[in-house]
Design a protein around this ligand. Sequence first.
Ligand SMILES: Cc1cc2nc3c(=O)[nH]c(=O)nc-3n(C[C@H](O)[C@H](O)[C@H](O)COP(=O)(O)O)c2cc1C
Length: 188
Amino acid sequence: MNKAEVKPLSSAYRLLNPGSVVLVSVGDGTRDNLFPVTWNTPVRQDPPMVAIVSGKRHFSYPLIVERGEFGLNVLQASLVDAVLGCGSTSGRDVEDKFARFGLTREKAGIIRPPLVEEAVASLECRVCQVVDLGSSAILVAQVVRALASTEHFREGQWRFDSGLELLHHLSGSRFCVTVSEITGRKPG
Ligand SMILES: Cc1cc2nc3c(=O)[nH]c(=O)nc-3n(C[C@H](O)[C@H](O)[C@H](O)COP(=O)(O)O)c2cc1C
């Protein structure tokens, strides 16, 4: 997929604004892994920061906190089965989720974990704070680089004029899709 760097990076939060489910990519070049995260959000525009909630028992969790880096990969609806696959299996049992679920590694520009080539956008993130919630944690991270499809993310905005279908998680195996935008009218 043709992608370009998102600049200024302070507009990278818009990649996550629709609340899409993301595939988090982790690893250090020798062992990597993927898991979907519904609970993700931008938290700061400049410097750009995001937060995800991760269960501490996930195979991926120590890979994130030890290395301090992860990728957030925004996917289109066509990859729903890969999302469910990555979220229904553990890296403890599946050595290579990329191969198992038909995804391609893309070398990141700054962080060590690979990105997902099929993703419509990817954010490269460095952990700056871990908020312990017991069995899970909020990982707050700075976005150090972002890439997005030149076809679907133009002039700092998602564009739905050429078939973009952003994927959102409802619960279990249920998802919904964003395919268009509307413009609201401000009062006065
Ligand atoms: C659609 C979907 C969304 C998920 N969202 C989250 C989430 O927001 N946070 C989380 O910790 N786990 C979430 N999970 C669960 C993990 O992705 C799942 O336990 C995964 O298998 C962990 O992989 P790992 O053990 O290889 O790291 C989600 C699972 C699915 C299927």
